[in-house]
Each structure stands twice: as C-alpha cells, then as structure tokens.
Design a protein around this ligand. Structure first.
Ligand code: HEM
Length: 420
C-alpha cells in the first residue's frame, strides 16, 4: 500500500472495524453490527448521507432534520417501491405491508379508519389483559433465579399481546407466526419472501374466519370492511390481508428489542430502577427514552420519484433512500447526550417511531407493553442484574437492530398463578 492511500485510510472517519461506512455502508455487515454505536456517531458527525454498494446501492440519511424532511415529503420519497435494500417482499405475488408500503391519499384512508383503535385511550383498555400476559411470563421464569430474558420474556410478550389481547385467538400458532415474522424481517434475505407468504396465509385465514362471525367492534372489523382505493373502488381482499400483516410484523421484533433493552438498562442502572420504583411519574418518559436510545428499526426505505438532493448530496430518480430512525433519534442537534437514557429528559419527538404520514400507528401499544412490563418487573424482579461475566448479544439484519440474548439473575420468587 502506498503511503498516500494509507494516510487516507487512517484519516477517513468512516473507516470503522475495517469497513468504510461512509462509502460502503451495509446494514447486514458484521462491521456495522459490531460497531453499531460508533458508526452511528460517525454518520451523524461527518456523513449525513452515506452510500452503500449492497443490493445495487442505496443511501442512508442520518440527521434528524434531513430525516424529517424526507419522511414528510412522500411525493418525492415514495414508500410504494420497497422498504429494505434486499426488496424481500417485492414482485409478483409478494406479500406486502400496508399502510407501510402505500402513499397518501390511499394510506391516509387506512390510517383514519384504524387510528381510533390505537389511540392511547383505546389501547389502555387492553392493559389488564397485557398485565396477565406479563405476569404469566414472569411466573415462568421467577422460580429459577436466572433466565435468558429475551427467550423467556421479551420475545414472547408482543406475540401474546397481538394474538391474545388484540385478536383474541389461541396461542397454538403463535410460535410458528413469531418465527415466520422474524424470518421475514431479519432472516437470510433469500428466505424473506417465503416467510412473508407464511404470515400472509395465516392472517388471510384468520380474516376469512372472522368474516363469517358477528362483528366484535375491534380493528379487525374495520380491516374487513376495508377502505376505498384512490379510484373510489373498494379495496381487494389482498390489501386487507397486507394490513393485518403490517400490524403483526410491525409490533413483534420492535417491541421484543425494546423490552429486552429496558431489562438491560434496569439490570445495569440500579439507581434508575430505584427512582422508577418511587417516582412513578417518570416511567412513561423512561420508556420513551429506552425506545429512542435503543431504536429497534435502524432504517426504513423510500424511493426517489425524481432527481433531487438531500443535504447537498444529489439523489437520482429511482434511488433507494434509507431513512435512519436509529441515527436520527440520537442526533446531538436534537438532544444533549443523546446516547444516554435520561429519566428527566422530555423527549421532544421520538424519531424511533419515524415521522410524517407513516409515523408508527402502534406506538401506544409498544409503550403500554413496556410500561406494564416495567411495573411488574420493578415489583417482582427488584434486584434484577446481569448474569456475572455476560453481556447482551445484539445482531443487525435487514432494517432491524435486535438484542438476541440477555442473561439475567435475580432472587427467585413465587409464581402468582397468572392465567393468560
Ligand atoms: C417500540 C415499538 C415500536 C417501534 C419502535 C416501531 C417503529 C415503527 C416505525 C419506525 C415505523 C415507520 C415506518 C416508516 O416510516 O416507513 C412504524 C410503522 C408502523 N408500525 Fe410500528 N413500531 C413499534 C411498535 C408497533 C406495534 C406494537 C405495532 C402494532 C400494533 C406497530 C405497527 C406499525 C404499523 C402498522 C406501521 C405502519 C404505519 C404506516 O405506514 O402508516 N408498531 N413503526
């Protein structure tokens, strides 16, 4: 290597762990997974629009202001042409996610129809049922005094809440659906299409069953009713199934990750746990801080519908632009010490839930799962701590950041006999 090239490599702040993340970023790379925080810092500091060579190339937008501008401007940055670089659910016969993969005004119709079922007030009606699931899962681990908290709790709760509290179906098919939605979002790219189809088939069957039953006054009734498309025609059955798929997939891996990260934070910050026990008014804020700092969605895509620019970087019509929630919500231009969970911080706007027309419709469900879990954990696992000599294991795949393993220890307690 010539001295000149060596000098450039040494002074390139995007070169972290052996990869140039400014010019050769890759969501699926081990260099990114292993240096996640460092890469985000470098992008935010020096490279507002990074480039990837993977899957034919894409851009990564990290700063909050640029993120918000693009997320708001759905006419220039459409959601209809894929949300991830591998385009795992594109093409003929693919199972899509609605309203994630449609633009206003059709997307707005779905949001207006379904929004009332996901307001804070509407979601609060499920709190007792969520508490039963939380206590049931804690019953399953409390006698051992040790657990992989991801396996035993965080990966179980979101599916139980969606199936049990929201759909009111038995858990027989839950493990298969959990696996399929996980494979679809973050499994090997070549298997994602098939995994989406498995999720779609299950939910299509569920919709068909419900269509033959009396209405229950829940969001599934509204999905079954559908909304008119842009041409005024009623939407086809397929769009209803795509909507169910989005609600299932949108809430599984995301909440699993944030629940696990919350447990990690409690286990490693006993002073925060103590404050949260007494100062209950801090809890909602704490939950939002965990979601912000440990954002489960690193980035979601839009496609440029015309030649444009972002932060001075020319973007060509047809380019895939990944808007990074994971980076934008830690932008130091928005919050001081943005990487730290601060119980007293009033988060101005949590970009981990995105921004603009696609801002997460399930945010209140995710928050309530976490708040309820927090309440029960502070009571039943008061001395939760990391198992000695262990650290959490994370992975990145596709658009998601996930905690895969969290070994914790605590004083064994008694089952309470929750029936969920
Ligand atoms: C901590 C938990 C969660 C986080 C951080 C999160 C994050 C996100 C993000 C970043 C988006 C934006 C997509 C975009 O801009 O393209 C989104 C959309 C969405 N989320 Fe969530 N989510 C969470 C929980 C949930 C839950 C529990 C549900 C289901 C009940 C859900 C359902 C959805 C749906 C259906 C959309 C699509 C909305 C649209 O495109 O209009 N999410 N979520």
């Amino acid at each position: 290597m010539s001295a000149g090239i060596g000098w450039i490599l040494m002074t390139n702040p995007g070169l972290i762990g052996g990869r140039d993340h400014f010019n050769d970023f890759d969501l699926d790379s081990k260099e990114f997974t292993e240096h996640y925080d460092e890469v985000i810092d470098a992008l935010l500091d020096k490279c507002p629009v990074a480039h990837s060579k993977a899957y034919g190339g894409y851009w990564v937008v990290s700063r909050a202001e640029d993120f918000k501008k693009c997320a708001q401007d759905y006419e220039t940055f459409t959601s209809t042409l894929g949300f991830e670089p591998s385009h795992g659910n594109e093409g003929e016969g693919a199972v899509k996610l609605y309203p994630l993969q449609i633009d206003p005004p059709y997307q707005t119709k779905w949001r207006s129809a379904l929004g009332p079922f996901f307001s804070a007030k509407a979601v609060a009606k499920h709190e007792d049922s969520i508490r039963e699931h939380v206590n049931f899962l804690i019953d399953g681990l409390i006698e051992q005094g040790r657990a992989d908290f991801v396996d035993a709790f965080a990966a179980q709760l979101p599916g139980r809440v969606f199936f049990g509290s929201f759909l009111g179906v038995s858990f027989d098919e839950l493990p298969a659906m959990q696996k399929a939605s996980d494979d679809a979002i973050r499994g090997p790219a070549e298997g994602r299409g098939a995994a989406w189809i498995a999720v779609g088939e299950f939910l299509a069957n569920y919709l068909n069953t419900r269509a033959g039953e009396p209405p229950r006054g829940d969001f599934v009734d509204v999905v079954l009713q559908g909304v008119p498309m842009e041409n005024g025609e009623p939407c086809p059955f397929e769009h209803k199934m795509f909507t169910m798929v989005d609600f299932l997939a949108g809430g599984m891996g995301t909440a699993t990750h944030t629940l696990a990260c919350m447990a990690y934070h409690l286990a490693t910050h006993p002073q925060d746990a103590a404050r949260l026990r007494d100062e209950t008014e801090l809890r909602a804020n704490f939950v939002d801080e965990i979601i912000r700092v440990y954002a489960p969605v690193f980035a979601l895509g839009r496609t440029a519908t015309r030649d444009t620019e972002i932060a001075g970087q020319p973007i060509a019509k047809g380019d895939l632009v990944m808007l990074s929630e994971g980076a934008a919500c830690r932008d130091p231009r928005v919050a001081e010490n943005a990487k730290e969970v601060d119980l007293d911080r009033r988060v101005p706007l949590n970009l981990a839930f995105s921004y603009g027309p696609h801002r997460c419709i399930g945010a209140n469900v995710g928050r309530l799962e976490m708040l309820t879990a927090l309440d029960v954990m502070l009571r039943r696992l008061p001395d939760l701590t990391l198992a000695p000599g262990t650290e959490p294991v994370y992975s990145n795949s596709g658009v998601a950041r996930t905690m895969d393993k969290l070994e914790v220890v605590f004083t064994p307690g008694q089952r309470e006999g929750a029936q969920a």
